[in-house]
Design a protein around this ligand. Structure first.
Ligand code: PHE
Length: 349
């Protein structure tokens, strides 16, 4: 199965390390260095087995290549997955991160990383102790640009406005029913933007603390996980894990637009076709979620001021989506195909 995974993958290389002290597997997938050094988050979670973790790293790394290729940003696609044992004490986790940093250091610039699901800016501080200068989004106290979540959220917010403009004829979100799945660093910040725009926000979440915060303290409507697909709304914004758009979920969807920050939302490429046929406007995930990676690497390597970074994110998400929606309508292809064509053009230019 590992052989098949690697044979079918169109990327460059994978670095594998088995961490003896914790039993964790580290996979660093380098998908493409065509536009610049491979760059992507470090995802840290428990997987059923090492193979599932490897498969995730390959898919996520490819997504990063497309993410940077659409706006022609000078970075390549890569991703690190650390498949953790079910239980890991904080001290053991820190030591694992330090060994991981050392590996990144040894790669000498083949791979640059930042936060992703399961890692934070504080973790980047730890990794950078052994992995500098190849670590983005450290805390401001440690000299980094801080969390990438707010910039990703700003891009998702812009994507929702752009999609609403395409479907409803204007960017206003007032009274639009918007279901946000996942209220972590991206979804949580997105909700703030949506409330400022007077949208009607619904949310779905699995973490009890976050459910309490948004339902009980903020008074937002909570949607249980198994009711997400059937919930009527104008916009569905997946900001949790991937694979949620699939053969089972798509027939049940009651939304007009899908625009969210989660990586790899489509379970298979063909699922884009099912959405197209159902007349649901899908904003390709890697176009929507460029904000964090673009802003943080721009601030830390290109000298962008935070305001400038925010503006770049807004402009690049808006102009890319406008072009993709136009192409999709004119050529009667899915938005996913349109985005992929643009990415491939930019990669081969
Ligand atoms: N999680 C980010 C993404 O998927 C990864 C990232 C953050 C990369 C910050 C670089 C800097 O795009």
């Amino acid at each position: 199965m590992i052989e098949a995974l690697m044979r079918e993958w169109d990327g460059e290389s994978v670095v594998v390390q088995y961490d003896q002290p914790t039993g964790a597997w580290i996979f660093i997938a380098i998908h493409s260095s065509r536009l610049g050094p491979a760059t992507g988050g470090t995802r840290m979670k428990h997987y059923p087995d090492a193979e599932a973790a490897l498969a995730d790293s390959l898919r996520l790394a490819r997504g990063m290549t497309y993410k940077f290729a659409v706006p022609r940003f000078e970075r390549g696609g890569g991703k690190a997955v650390i498949a953790m044992p079910e239980k890991l004490e904080p001290q053991a986790r820190t030591e694992l991160l330090l060994r991981y940093g050392k590996l990144i250091q040894q790669l000498g610039g083949l791979f640059y990383t930042g936060p992703d699901v399961g890692t934070s800016s504080a973790d980047m501080d730890t990794i950078a102790q052994t992995g500098a200068p190849y670590v983005f989004a450290r805390t401001p106290e440690a000299g980094g640009a801080g969390s990438s979540g707010p910039y990703t959220a700003l891009g998702v917010f812009t994507a929702i406005q752009t999609a609403c403009d395409h479907v409803f004829g204007n960017t206003s979100l007032k009274k639009k029913r918007i279901l946000v799945q996942g209220t972590g660093s991206v979804g949580g910040k997105l909700i703030e933007h949506l409330l400022d725009s007077e949208a009607e926000v619904l949310f779905s979440e699995v973490d009890e603390k976050l459910i309490q915060r948004f339902r009980d303290e903020r008074g937002l409507q909570f949607v249980a996980n198994d009711e997400v697909n059937g919930t009527e709304c104008d916009v569905f914004s997946p900001c949790a894990l991937g694979g949620i758009l699939n053969q089972r979920s798509i027939p049940d969807l009651k939304c007009r637009i899908i625009a969210g920050g989660a990586n790899n939302q489509l379970s298979r490429p063909e699922d884009a076709e099912s959405l197209h046929q159902r007349n649901i406007l899908y904003a390709p995930d890697y176009v929507v979620s460029i904000g964090g990676a673009m802003a943080i690497t721009g601030i830390e390597t290109l000298g962008w001021a935070p305001d400038h970074a925010a503006q770049r994110v807004r402009n690049s998400v808006r102009s890319a989506l406008e072009r993709i929606f136009r192409m999709s309508a004119e050529l009667n292809i899915t938005t996913e195909d349109a985005a992929r064509q643009i990415a491939h053009q930019n990669l081969s230019a």
